[in-house]
Design a protein around this ligand. Structure first.
Ligand SMILES: O=C(O)COP(=O)(O)O
Ligand SMILES: [Mg+2]
Length: 226
């Protein structure tokens, strides 16, 4: 049997321009084990992805702030502390930077995502004044979030709900928000475009970038059981 998967989305299942790679739609509907989408994006995004793949909606969103498995939602983290940082950041001239509609934060329940174009030094300076809040840089956003909330912790809860050992999972990811997943999963891979934190945390850095890297990991896992 192929192993259960914990898959990051941005940088891992996408093209370099941020689109979902079409091979996701070939490979994942037929994966014969649980697949957990573990992302920094807000809750509706991984739910939609799982749904349109015809898979169980088993997801980790907001870097672990929200987890959904078997119809049960778990929400952890302190959005007020994150928003206090962002309000102070704005007062000092910073901008969240997603434009008027801000669909990036509209459905976000536990943290705030700030555009990668934002003033990082100012954001970090302001965040350092608020307890139990940290800034996580995924390359796609700066996430202002509660410390102690992570994709890895959420994966432990999701695995328990699925009656699986978290060590049974194989994880693939590309950035510092995946390091906790890599520590919890039994086997972990960083794609070649991964940042330094993810590369360091992974068991292996694969040779290929983005979905090419993920495809090679999935092919290897398949070959093992054939
Ligand atoms: O939302 C982000 O910043 C990155 O999302 P990801 O965790 O799916 O890579
Ligand atoms: Mg990513």
């Amino acid at each position: 049997m192929v192993p259960p998967l914990a898959l990051d989305i941005d940088g891992t299942l996408t093209t370099p321009t941020g689109r979902i790679d079409p091979r996701v739609f070939e490979l994942l509907p037929a994966w014969d084990a649980p697949v957990v989408f573990a992302t920094g994006k807000a809750f509706p995004y991984p739910v939609a992805l799982a749904n349109f793949l015809g898979r169980e909606e088993t997801v980790i969103a907001e870097n672990g702030g929200v987890a959904y498995v078997g119809g049960e939602t778990t929400v952890v983290g302190d959005p007020d502390a994150a928003w206090a940082v962002v309000e102070a950041f704005r007062e000092r001239g910073g901008a969240v930077g997603w434009g008027d509609g801000d669909t990036v934060n509209r459905w976000r329940e536990t943290e705030v995502a700030v555009s990668p174009d934002a003033d990082e030094a100012l954001l970090r300076e302001v965040a350092a004044t608020v307890e139990d809040v940290e800034v996580v840089d995924t390359g796609y956003a700066f996430h202002v979030k509660s410390t102690g909330v992570s994709k890895g912790r959420a994966l432990e809860r999701v695995a328990e709900a699925l009656d699986l050992d978290p060590a049974a999972f194989v994880a693939v990811g590309d950035s510092e928000n995946d390091a906790s997943t890599f520590r919890v999963a039994g086997e972990s891979y960083a794609v070649a475009n991964a940042d330094a934190v993810a590369r360091e945390a992974a068991d292996e850095v694969v040779a290929e970038e983005f979905m090419d890297g993920t495809v090679s990991v999935l092919a290897e896992l398949r070959e093992r059981v054939e």
